[in-house]
Write a protein that binds this ligand. Structure first.
Ligand code: GRF
Length: 201
């Protein structure tokens, strides 16, 4: 069975989408472990509700990024994951993690990278009057949102659309795209060509 570990920091709606996709056999794999750096992340409740093993690695307890990553590697080694999915995981990983799990860590980011790495992407889109926005799934390296792009999904931005409206639509796209991409990993059909999903409405 293809083993997936999901790292979260907050709400975990993308985690929920992955859990459902595994249950519905859209993904031929199982989520063996959820790790949160935030002890009060709602995503932990979601893992509990589905009886998925979870661990908390609180970054505040570590002096350096590398020490935190070493603790993550320790927790992850037992699970021996085929794929590590960062789904709203708000930490930059160091080479301690990225070298240990080379080409096995992916992240979902709410913008059309390389545009708008980092936080606050929806506000940037509004502020700059962008006509399109979207979601990127990429490999993780030590550069914030800087790894090789695997897939992108694009949507038009409507006139006068609010932050909340944009956020809702982006989430809807994420919840479709992330399971689709993870299922390709599980099936071994991910290749080096960037996947562009049709325009979302
Ligand atoms: C998503 O928009 C994801 O792209 C970003 O953080 C958000 C996490 O949402 N990295 P959730 O915790 O999965 O609900």
């Amino acid at each position: 069975m293809f083993k997936i570990v999901v790292l979260i920091s907050g709400n975990g709606s993308n985690l929920e989408a992955l859990i459902n996709a595994c249950k519905n056999k859209i993904i031929n794999g199982s989520i063996d472990l959820v790790i949160s750096n935030n002890p009060s992340a709602y995503g932990i409740e979601r893992a509990k509700n589905h009886s998925i093993d979870f661990k908390i690695v609180d970054n505040k307890r570590f002096k350096t990024r590398e020490d935190f990553d070493k603790a993550l590697v320790e927790k992850l080694k037992d699970s021996n994951p085929d794929l590590i999915v960062l789904a709203g995981f708000m930490r930059i990983l160091s080479s301690v993690m990225t070298k240990t799990f080379k080409n096995k860590i992916i992240n979902i980011h709410p913008s059309l990278l390389p545009k708008y790495p980092g936080l606050d992407t929806h506000n940037m889109v509004i502020k700059n009057g962008d006509l399109k926005h979207g979601v990127t799934i990429h490999y993780v390296n030590e550069v914030l949102d800087g790894g090789e792009i695997i897939a992108q999904g694009e949507m038009p931005v409507n006139a006068n659309e609010t932050y909340e409206e944009i956020k809702t639509r982006i989430h809807r796209i994420e919840h479709v795209m992330l399971p689709m991409v993870v299922s390709k990993f599980a099936d071994g059909t991910i290749n080096t060509e960037k996947i562009i999903y049709e325009k979302f409405k």
